[in-house]
Design a binder for this molecule. Structure first.
Ligand code: NAI
Length: 484
């Protein structure tokens, strides 16, 4: 069996070497094809951070084991990590956070065990990176949450939770504010929940979730979230179990899966052979189980847990009164501990035990679906985003006549807050307004009418962008302005 390996940047090559040495010592029958990905590949002029040969190899082998990769700061360069996840549709990012003996935290000291799995949507949300400067002062990011995208990841989360015998699955969201985007994610969550009646499914608003995770993390089991919120909450969970050095991650797709640590390239300690390889090792163990090397994974995991229990630690964690070992010594100690099992209350991981850190494959490909349209679809207006430094009432006066016989100006808003016909003089304004035009009663609006309005308005204003307002059946397919 062969997998693709990308060593990564910064501490990547050091921790990858440590992990592969452990695999080698355990005589795992796995071959590696090293691929060119990362910052140095960007620097060579490959704008997506990987060579075409690397892409072809990964697509052929289906599994990528990768070290962290640096995203060059500055404009125009996309993260190779995000590119890889999106290109190969690794739609579910599974991150497991467990109390590890020997890794002291406030919770382990208080006897509160943590075993949380976060399944984070990995493709959509603001990570589409679709951003535009509407004016010199105003940047816009488009946040895509789709039904098929949500369905894929939520279904994976339920499948995985059921397989691991989870007691609870929670959807983290902000649907009270983002009623359409997060609202859609939450709606799909409860639709899928109906198919898993044995799992207790509930939801939590993300800010409350963050607070409750810090206060009583042991009440949570599996949490499924949208991309950005899931990213932030999973780093919070890493903190609960001892830091980023203990957070493994699997990016699961139907055809290609990527296994990597949650942490980055740690440039501050790169090249010193002092980085903690545990997170990459735990990711590697999930990969081994994914590939069927369950016995090897169990031996290595037991040796790792035993090593941690004995207080062996790299400089980033553990008992500071005991000298830290370096990356190579840490890996060598694990190798020396093959055959040992943790003693201090930790249940030994048996070769045939159900997967804990591991990932699960879906039985069949998640189907892309589109929901049937609800009732008649009707254009009822348009939001025109314009640039202006004038006051709202002046703008309203200047643009009303552009509505002509088809549209009337309903309201003007600034950053989502209504400022005309009613508003407050205390609302802060930026140089970009939304003019919401509604069709006049009994007017059947067409796309051409919207273009006509655009052309007319552009005689007086710089139009930055527009969004069509649709009604589906009796339901508005758009949000209202604050104060509307
Ligand atoms: P980071 O995770 O690299 O470092 C944050 C802090 O944690 C640093 O103090 C670092 O020394 C420490 N740390 C991280 N991993 C450690 C380990 N294994 N052992 C001991 N200490 C460890 O995050 P930062 O500094 O925000 O990002 C650095 C670079 O990594 C950026 O270019 C970023 O884009 C990239 N990155 C890549 C990721 C990936 O490849 N999946 C994920 C996150 C960041």
């Amino acid at each position: 069996m062969k997998i693709a390996v990308a060593k990564g940047d910064g501490i990547g090559p050091e921790i990858m070497e440590a992990v592969l040495n452990i695999f080698k010592a355990n005589k795992i029958d796995l071959q590696y094809e090293y691929v060119d990905m990362g910052k140095w590949v960007f620097d060579k002029g490959f704008s997506n951070g990987m060579t075409p040969e690397a892409q072809a190899t990964i697509e052929e082998l289906g599994i990528l084991f990768k070290g962290p990769m640096e995203t060059p700061k500055g404009k125009g360069v996309k993260s190779v990590n995000v590119t890889a996840r999106k290109t190969w549709n690794t739609y579910a990012n599974k991150r497991v956070f467990q109390t590890l003996h020997g890794v002291d935290t406030v919770f382990s000291k208080a006897g509160i065990p943590i075993d949380i799995t976060i399944v984070r949507e990995n493709i959509e949300d603001t990570y589409g990176g679709i951003e535009h400067m509407l004016t010199h002062d105003v940047a816009l990011s488009r946040r895509f949450i789709t039904r098929p995208g949500s369905l894929q990841v939520i279904r994976y989360a339920f499948e995985m939770a059921q397989k691991k015998g989870a007691r609870r699955i929670t959807c983290g969201h902000k649907a009270n504010i983002m009623k359409l985007t997060d609202g859609l994610f939450l709606e799909v969550f409860y639709e899928v929940a109906k198919e898993y009646p044995d799992l207790k499914a509930d939801d939590k608003i993300v800010d409350d979730l963050a607070m409750q995770l810090v206060v009583r993390p042991d009440q949570f089991d599996t949490i499924v979230m949208t991309n950005l919120q899931g990213d932030i909450i999973s780093d919070l969970c890493a903190g609960l179990v001892g830091g980023l050095g203990f957070a493994p991650s699997a990016n699961i797709g139907d055809h290609i899966s990527i296994f990597e640590a949650v942490h980055g390239t740690a440039p501050d300690i790169a090249g010193k052979n002092i980085a903690n390889p545990t997170a990459l090792l735990l990711s590697g163990l999930a990969m081994l189980r994914h590939l069927g090397f369950r016995e090897n994974a169990a031996i290595i995991e037991n040796a790792l847990l035993y090593t941690l229990e004995q207080g062996v630690h790299t400089g980033d964690f553990g008992d500071k009164s005991k000298a830290a070992v370096n990356t190579t010594e840490f890996a060598d100690t694990i190798i020396a501990n093959f055959g040992r099992v943790p003693e201090q209350g930790m249940k030994p991981t048996l070769a045939n035990e159900p997967e804990t850190m591991a990932v699960c494959r879906l039985e069949k490909n998640a189907m892309m679906v589109s929901k049937e349209e609800e009732g008649e679809e009707k254009i009822v207006g348009v939001d025109m985003f314009i640039e202006s430094i004038e006051q709202p009432d002046v703008i309203a006066k200047r643009c009303q006549h552009h509505g002509g016989t088809k549209f009337k100006l309903l309201n003007v808003s600034n950053r989502g807050t209504q400022v005309w016909p009613t508003g407050s003089k205390y609302t802060n304004l930026v140089n970009q307004y939304n003019l919401r035009f509604e069709g006049l009663p009994d007017e059947a609006l067409k796309q051409q009418d919207i273009i006509g309005l655009y052309v007319s308005l552009s005689a007086d204003f710089k139009v930055c962008s527009l969004e069509v307002l649709n009604m589906w059946g009796g339901k508005k397919a758009y949000s209202l302005a604050q104060g509307q």
